[in-house]
Design a protein around this ligand. Structure first.
Ligand code: FAD
Length: 459
C-alpha cells in the first residue's frame, strides 16, 4: 500500500514495549489513529523484566549494604537477613503501579490496544488472530530476548535475567556468565544480598563497551567488594547435578555454583513474524534502518532493540517519538547514537555519554582528557565512595565524551548529556555554578580543570 493510501489506521505498531508504546502515545498526541498490538504485557521488557525490576533489586541491595555498613557511619546496624519474598513483593509493587499508570495513559490517548500475537501479512497489514489491522504506516517494535550460548540450555539452576528476577531465595554461590551491563548489575545485587559471586567474561575486561579507565576502576571496586571475576576466559560448558551446577571453562578450570546466570546479550525478536516475506531486510535477526528509522519498505519503520545499536529503553522511547513525528510530517532531527546516555546501575554506578577516549582518538586523532578523582569531592567522601569523572575533548574543541564511576553517579548523566549533545567546551561549563556539596560538583570541577582553572584538584 503506498504511504498515502487509506488504511484502517494511520499507524499500526507491532509490540508494546518502550519503543512501541512511546510511538503510540506520541502518534495519538499528534492526532493520528493508532493500533498497538501486544502479545504479553504493555510496557514490555523494560517495565516487566528489565530496567524497573532490576533497579528495584539494586535499591534493595543498597539498603542491605547500608544496614551492613551502618557502623562505619557511627550508626549501629546489622543486616539480619534478606527476605527474598519481601524483596520481590516490593519490586512487584513498583512494577504494578507503573503498569497501571501506563495502561491508563494508553486508554486515555484512545489508542486501539489489541491483545495478542501479531504477524505481518504484507508491509501494511498486521494479523492478530481473526483481526486484520491495516495501517498507512507500520512500526515494528518487537524487542529482544535473553540469549544463551550454543549447547547451554536454560532451566533449573541455569537462568537468564528473566528467571533470576523472581527467585525466592538468596543463592549461596552464583556464577555470572557475561561481564556486560546486565551481568555486572546482577553480580552487584547478589553480592549485596550475601552470595559469593564469580563473573566469567570472554573479553579482556568487564563492561568492555565503556572507556577502558572505567573498566579498570570497576574491576578495582569489585575486587574490594570481593566479587570475583575472570576476564579473557571462555566458557566451555555447564552441567547440573542435584543442587549443584558445575561451570567449566576452556582453560580446564571448573567452578561449582548454586546458580548460573547467563547474561550473554540479547537477540532481536523477529523470527516467524513475516518481516522478510513483506520485503523487509533482516540481518542476523536485526532490522537495519536508515537514520530516519525507515526499513527500506515504504511506510514501514523499526524502533527499539530490533534495530542494531544500543539496547536501551530511552533509545526506544526516543526512536518511537521520532517515528511518530516523522509520520506526522514534523521532520524531527535524527537521533545521534553516541549522544544517548548510558548508565550501569551496579555499585559503583557507571554513567557515560559520547565517545570513549579510544573512539575519540580514532575519530579526531589527538584529544585532551582529564580525570577528576571523587576523592576531592565532598559529597562522595560523605557517601564513602570512590571513582572519577573523565572528560574527553577535541583539542581546543568541545567535550565529546564524559565517563563517570562512583556510587550514585548515574544521576549525573543528565548534565553530561547536555554538555556532549550541545557540544559545550570546558570553558563554557566552567562558567556554570555547581551546588556544593553535591556529586554534581565533580562534573563542574572536571570542567574547571580541563579549562585550565582547577579548584579542588592539582593542576
Ligand atoms: C535485565 C535487564 C535490565 C535492563 N535495564 C535497563 C536499564 O536500566 N535501562 C535501560 O535503558 N534499558 C535497560 N534494559 C533494556 C530495555 O529493557 C530494552 O532496551 C527495551 O525494553 C527495548 O524496548 P523495545 O520496545 O525495543 O522492546 P521490548 O521492551 O522487548 O518490547 C517488545 C514488545 O513486543 C512484544 N512482542 C514481540 N513480538 C510480538 C508479536 N509478534 N506480537 C505482539 N507483540 C509482540 C513483546 O511482548 C514486548 O512486550 C534492560 C534489559 C534487561 C533484560
Amino acid at each position: 500500500m503506498p504511504a498515502d493510501a487509506a488504511g484502517d489506521y494511520d499507524v499500526v505498531i507491532l509490540g508494546g514495549g518502550s519503543g512501541g508504546y512511546a510511538c503510540a502515545l506520541r502518534s495519538a498526541e499528534l492526532g493520528l489513529s493508532v493500533a498497538l498490538v501486544e502479545k504479553g504485557r504493555l510496557g514490555g521488557t523494560c517495565l516487566h523484566q528489565g530496567c524497573i525490576p532490576t533497579k528495584a533489586l539494586l535499591h534493595a541491595a543498597e539498603v542491605a549494604d547500608v544496614a551492613r555498613e551502618g557502623a562505619s557511619f557511627g550508626v549501629r546496624t546489622t543486616l539480619e537477613s534478606v527476605d527474598m519474598p519481601g524483596v520481590n513483593a516490593y519490586k512487584d509493587g513498583v512494577v504494578s503501579r507503573l503498569y497501571k499508570g501506563l495502561q491508563g495513559l494508553v486508554k486515555a490517548a484512545k489508542i486501539d490496544y489489541v491483545e495478542g500475537a501479531g504477524v505481518l501479512d504484507g508491509p501494511h497489514t498486521v494479523v492478530v488472530g481473526e483481526r486484520r489491522l491495516t495501517g498507512r504506516n507500520v512500526v515494528l517494535a518487537t524487542g529482544s530476548y535473553a540469549k544463551t550460548l550454543p549447547g547451554l540450555e536454560v532451566g533449573g539452576r541455569i537462568m537468564t535475567s528473566e528467571q533470576a528476577l523472581s527467585i525466592d531465595h538468596v543463592p549461596g554461590r552464583v556464577v555470572v556468565l557475561g561481564g556486560g551491563v546486565i551481568g555486572v548489575e546482577f553480580a552487584s545485587v547478589f553480592k549485596s544480598f550475601g552470595s559469593e559471586v564469580t563473573i566469567i567474561e570472554a573479553l579482556p575486561r568487564l563492561v568492555a563497551a565503556e572507556d577502558e579507565a572505567i573498566s579498570k576502576q570497576l574491576e578495582r571496586s569489585f575486587r574490594k567488594r570481593k566479587i570475583a571475576f575472570k576476564t579473557g576466559v571462555r566458557f566451555a560448558g555447564a552441567t547440573q547435578e542435584g543442587d549443584v551446577v558445575t561451570v567449566s571453562l576452556e582453560s580446564g578450570e571448573s567452578i561449582e555454583a548454586d546458580l548460573l546466570l547467563v547474561a550473554v546479550g540479547r537477540g532481536p525478536v523477529t523470527e516467524g513474524l513475516g518481516y522478510e516475506a513483506a520485503g523487509i531486510t533482516v540481518d542476523r535477526g536485526f532490522v537495519p534502518t536508515d537514520s530516519r528509522l525507515r526499513t527500506g519498505v515504504e511506510g514501514v519503520y523499526a524502533v527499539g532493540d530490533i534495530v542494531p545499536g544500543l539496547q536501551l529503553a530511552h533509545r526506544g522511547f526516543a526512536q518511537g517519538i521520532f517515528v511518530a513525528e516523522e509520520i506526522a510530517g514534523l521532520a524531527p532531527a535524527c537521533i545521534e547514537e553516541s549522544g544517548i546516555p548510558r548508565v550501569t546501575y551496579c555499585d559503583p554506578e557507571i554513567a557515560s555519554v559520547g565517545l570513549t577516549e579510544a573512539q575519540a582518538r580514532d575519530k579526531y586523532g589527538d584529544v585532551a582528557t582529564y580525570e577528576y578523582n571523587l576523592g576531592g569531592n565532598g559529597k562522595s567522601q560523605i557517601l564513602g565512595t570512590q571513582g572519577f569523572v573523565k572528560l574527553v575533548r577535541q583539542v581546543d574543541g568541545p567535550v565529546v565524551g564524559v565517563h563517570m564511576i562512583g556510587a550514585r553517579m548515574g544521576e549525573q548523566v543528565g548534565e553530561a548529556q547536555l554538555i556532549v549533545n550541545w557540544e559545550a567546551h570546558p570553558e563554557d561549563v566552567s562558567g556554570l555554578i555547581h551546588a556544593h556539596p553535591t556529586q554534581n560538583e565533580a562534573l563542574g570541577e572536571a570542567h574547571l580543570a580541563l579549562a585550565g582553572k582547577p579548584l579542588h584538584a592539582h593542576a
